[in-house]
Design a protein around this ligand. Structure first.
Ligand SMILES: [Fe+2]
Length: 339
């Protein structure tokens, strides 16, 4: 993380571009569907970091406690990466069974730590594809593993109101580490940006030429997170179960986006579909700011694994309103409460 973007600016972009070879699938193959409901509510968990050496029953007890205290049962659950660290397949399957036990559609994307396990991210992807295809699971996930798009979780879920696409949930993989011209967190590749553009344009076409509003879920914040903090406006439509809100709208650590800006945010603003993005990665940053018409929102860390602040653990709900804006409610609890 010591190398600067100034240095990178001298490097031709082509050198940094990913050249993943693979099948170019029709963009419609990446789209799943769920039924739109008024005030569609998503429960976001992030950075669970579950591992084999953990006291897993206590983590599940804490996550159950948070879930059971939500104002209403969500319509969907999204986990925004760093699901596991030093986990085996059985630990991974255990977490997916926990998600299934809530009996609502759920999905995940991956974080930089999900490769530090006793399985590969490709195995995770394959297993999630299997769950999603099974009638016995509520998993909603699709990654085409032999495609030409970088990463292991790039897909969309259309929220259908009859034949109309009311909203689109876009899940993307912000990848893991980069060992090229700098060492640090990986960035969204050009082929992913091209994929996003194809997706937004195809969905617009399916919707009679009108852009469909979308919400984007991924793990590592984009480089513009710093502009969102410094120049963005504090999001008004956000509340908490706590009255003192001492842990609210806070930047307690340096943001950790990738060093290289591949231009994804520029494309997002150019296409005008995504108006809110939800991510994790920085465990003790908790703010939601609007910048250039797009909401940047951290999730709330869901377990006390790896580093954390004990007053910043729990989860958040994101309620998509009829006007396509979101209401966010954050829930904070402590492990002491569940012991
Ligand atoms: Fe993390």
């Amino acid at each position: 993380m010591k190398k600067t973007i100034k240095f990178l600016s001298l490097v031709p972009v082509l050198l940094l571009s990913s050249c993943k070879s693979g099948v170019k699938y029709d963009i419609s193959k990446y789209i799943l569907e769920l039924e739109w409901k008024e005030d569609f509510t998503i429960y976001q968990l992030t950075d669970t970091h579950l591992g084999d050496k953990d006291d897993l029953p206590t983590h599940y007890k804490f996550m159950d406690y948070t879930y059971d205290h939500l104002d209403k049962k969500p319509d969907m659950i999204v986990v925004t990466g760093d699901l596991f660290t030093f986990a085996s397949r059985s630990t991974a399957k255990g977490f997916f069974s926990w998600l299934d036990s809530k009996e609502v559609p759920w999905t995940v994307t991956f974080g930089n730590h999900d490769e530090q396990c006793f399985f590969s991210v490709d195995w995770l992807t394959g297993y999630l594809n299997e769950l999603s295809n099974s009638d016995k699971s509520h998993c909603v996930f699709k990654d085409l593993q032999d495609d030409d798009v970088h990463g292991n979780a790039n897909f969309a879920i259309n929220l259908k109101d009859g034949s109309t696409i009311k909203e689109q949930i876009i899940v993307m993989d912000t990848n893991r580490y980069y060992f090229g011209k700098y060492f640090g967190y990986d960035y969204i590749k050009q082929n992913q940006i091209d994929w996003y553009e194809r997706l937004v344009n195809y969905t617009k076409e399916q919707n009679g030429g009108t852009v469909v509003p979308s919400k984007l879920f991924y793990h590592i914040p984009l480089p513009e997170i710093n502009d969102a903090w410094e120049k963005g406006s504090k999001y008004e439509r956000i509340e908490s179960n706590l009255t003192d809100k001492v842990n609210f709208q806070q930047k307690r650590e340096k943001t950790c986006p990738p060093d290289y800006n591949s231009g994804f945010f520029k494309k997002i603003t150019e296409l005008g579909s995504t108006n809110a993005m939800f991510f994790g990665h920085d465990h003790i940053n908790n703010f939601a700011n609007e910048y250039e018409g797009v909401l940047f929102s951290y999730g709330v860390k869901a377990t006390d694994r790896v580093y954390f602040d004990s007053d910043m653990l729990g989860g958040q709900t994101i309620t998509i309103k009829n006007d396509h804006k979101v209401d966010i409610k954050q829930y904070f609890y402590s492990y002491e409460e569940v012991k």
